[in-house]
Each structure stands twice: as C-alpha cells, then as structure tokens.
Design a protein around this ligand. Structure first.
Ligand SMILES: *Cc1c(COP(=O)(O)O)cnc(C)c1O
Length: 382
C-alpha cells in the first residue's frame, strides 16, 4: 500500500515497526523452539504488508502467510525471499502465477495436487512445495482427516514435481482457552499425521496454532505458529487478554481538527440531527469518516477520540468523510492532533475498545481502515 498517494492528507495511519519487532521477538521467545511465521494477509491487517513482513523477518520470523496469490506476489515483487504460504486453496487459474512467484500453495484435495503438478511440468519446475490442510473441526477448508493420507500419497506418488512441505490445521476456538474443542482438534491432527507414516514427518512442517494458541496452548506449538493479530500488538480475544501483557500496539490512526466552532444550545449536529446540544458547545470537525473505516454508528456506542490529551465524545453520525467531536468549553484550534486509535498523553484508545462497543472483534476494526488512508511507517531500524 503506497503512502504517497495521500501525502499531505491530515488523516493517516502511522505504524510503529519497532513495536512489530518487539512483538515478534517476545512471541518467538514464548514459542521457541517452534518457529514464528508472520501472517500478513489483508495488507498485514491494515498495517502495510511489505513493511511489516520485512521488519518481522528481520526480527526473526521464519516465514510469511497470506490469504491470496496476489498478496504473496506483492511480497515477492518487493524482493522478500522467505517462504510464503497461501493459507487456503486458490482457483486453478492462479496456480501458474503462484508457482512463478515461488509461493507455497495449500491443498485439501487430490485434484488440486494434480493441477499443481501439471502447471509445474509446463513451467519446467520441480521440487514445488505444497502444504496439506486438514480440517479437524473448524469446517472452513481442509481435508477430512481420513483423506489426508490419500492426498499425501498423491503428492509423493502421482506428482513427482511436487514436494510435501507441510501439514497443518486451524483452531476454531483457541481464543477461549476453556473450550474443549481445541484439545480434540490437537488429538485429531496428531492422529491424522500418524496415518501418514514416514511421508508425514521427514522434513515436513507440522503446525496448528494462530496467535491465541501461540499464547495459550504450548502443547500446540509443533514446528511453527502462524501469528497474525498478536504481531500487531492486538489481543486475539478477551479470554487470552491476560497473556498479552507485553505486546505493544503498532498502529495509530490520527488526524487533525479541520474546523472548530461554538454551536448553540438546541442545535443538532450531523445528518438527522441525532445529537442535539443541551448547552453551547465547541464542536470540532475531523476529516475522516466511514469511507476511511470509522463505523458510522461508533458515535451511538459512546465512541470517543483524543484531543489535547483528553477523551472526547463523537457527536452525531459519522459521515462518509468527516466526523464531529464534542469539545465542551475547551479551546480547540484548526490543526490540533486528533487520535482515533492510539495514544495521546496518558490516554489511549485501542481497537479492542471499538470492537467491544460495536459488538465485533478488533481484527475487523484494523482491517476496516480503508485503502484511502495513507500509511506511514516509523521505527524501521530500531
Ligand atoms: C488468519 C489466519 C491465521 C492468523 O490468525 P491470528 O488469530 O490473527 O493469529 C492463522 N492461520 C490461518 C489459517 C488463518 O487464516
């Protein structure tokens, strides 16, 4: 994502790459001897994939995970050479692009293996890595455990240009450490891997865990963990919040006051006049809105921003490009800094707070900061 397109705009995302490095190093120590692979899908959860991937690798991440072939290709075009795993099967039409970019594809069916074999031969490639996804209870993608063996047989038999690089599964409830499903998924995965015999062990990466499992389930670290949300210093869920103490949030969403004025008692603010002022109030306008990723209804859930080191209530509906803030009797000037997410003085607003207000998860908040907000990276060489 280029920060240049919006250069000079008052609204921006600032990503602290020093925080990313700190989080990688702290998480690596927790999961060692397992490796950490950084999940940088969806533009690194809105943080900027190339910058985050580069910093995470420098801090000791040993591989990268993406959701799309296009996302993996972007990392290669930027010159990154670490292993890149595409986490779920992709359309057959994209296999060629994936192989040309040296991405590791995920398969969960024999015909996917054969598609890759055909393309590999056509391109004159050999030793093409694939990973087999096993569904142990999430029921999203993955082979049923009893079919894992047939897929691995296809890789080692019918597809000589293809090499088995890994077998993995994904937890449905790892953010709830009390949930009994996780232990059942671990057992189902171990049983499926056991059916593979030697083919499933020699040089084959076994992995199960996301951030929540990396934090809460040392028994599921296996050869590596696929860490996304924790990399960004965000809690995977309230159930594992007590394990996240040393993670540092990396993202700040900031803007500046574009207009400040006193509005009289009895006047309404924003579309529909859903907020009517009880007394004369200084109203600050801030140039970002729902097209930038601030949900329209944040105001009605008590949403607040930081100006002058203090929490201030959003007034009325958030509009597409602007929102208004209640500054009481305080003097506020055009150009004053506004923090939507992040720290100002002693106050902090986190994506976890928005998520709680809006009845969602912080993943959706940071992924929802739209592409039109310029990204800027700081702390590159700390
Ligand atoms: C997105 C994803 C992850 C990362 O999950 P976090 O909770 O962000 O750590 C890991 N594995 C798979 C298969 C995923 O889709």
């Amino acid at each position: 994502m280029s920060g240049e397109t919006g250069a000079g705009r008052w609204t921006e995302v600032v990503v602290d790459l020093g925080a990313i490095a700190h989080n990688v190093e702290w998480l690596r120590r927790r999961v060692a001897p397992a490796a950490l692979w950084a999940v940088v899908k969806a533009d690194a959860y809105g943080h900027g994939d190339v910058a985050v991937a580069r910093r995470a690798l420098a801090a000791g991440a040993q591989g990268l995970c993406v959701a799309l072939v296009e996302e993996g290709t972007r990392l290669r075009l930027a010159g990154l050479q670490a292993p890149v795993l595409v986490l779920s099967p992709q359309p057959a039409e994209q296999v060629e692009q994936a192989l040309k970019a040296s991405l590791t594809l995920t398969v969960h069916a024999v015909d996917q293996v054969l598609d890759i074999e055909r393309v590999a031969r056509r391109l004159g490639l050999s030793d093409v890595p694939v990973q087999v996804k096993i569904d142990t209870g999430m029921h999203r993608v993955g082979a049923p455990p009893e079919l894992a063996c047939a897929i691995v047989d296809a890789v080692t038999g019918a597809a000589p240009a293809v090499r088995l690089d890994g077998v993995f599964t994904h937890f449905a409830c790892a953010d709830d450490p009390g949930h009994e499903l996780t232990s059942r998924q671990i057992a189902a995965f171990d049983a499926a891997v056991a059916t593979l015999g030697g083919a499933g062990t020699h040089g084959v990466r076994r992995h199960l865990g996301n951030s929540a499992a990396a934090l809460a389930r040392p028994d599921a670290h296996a050869d590596l963990v696929r860490v996304g949300i924790a990399l960004y210093g965000i809690e995977p869920g309230p159930g594992v919040a007590h394990l996240c103490g040393e993670l540092r949030p990396a993202l700040t969403l900031r803007s500046r006051v574009s207009m400040a004025k006193r509005v009289g008692a009895g006047e309404g603010v924003s579309y529909g006049w859903r907020s009517v002022l009880e007394r004369p109030t200084v109203v600050a306008t801030v140039p970002l809105g729902y097209a930038d990723g601030v949900p329209r209804r944040l105001a009605f859930t008590g949403g607040e921003v930081l100006i002058g080191g203090r929490r201030r209530r959003i007034l009325g509906v958030v509009t597409m490009d602007q929102l208004m803030v209640d500054c009481g009797d305080d003097e506020v000037a055009v150009g004053d800094e506004v923090i939507l997410l992040g720290r100002q003085g002693d106050e902090v607003v986190r994506p976890e707070e928005w998520a709680e207000r809006l009845g969602t998860i912080p993943y959706e908040i940071v992924c929802g900061i739209s592409a039109r907000v310029p990204r800027r990276w700081v702390g590159a060489d700390q």
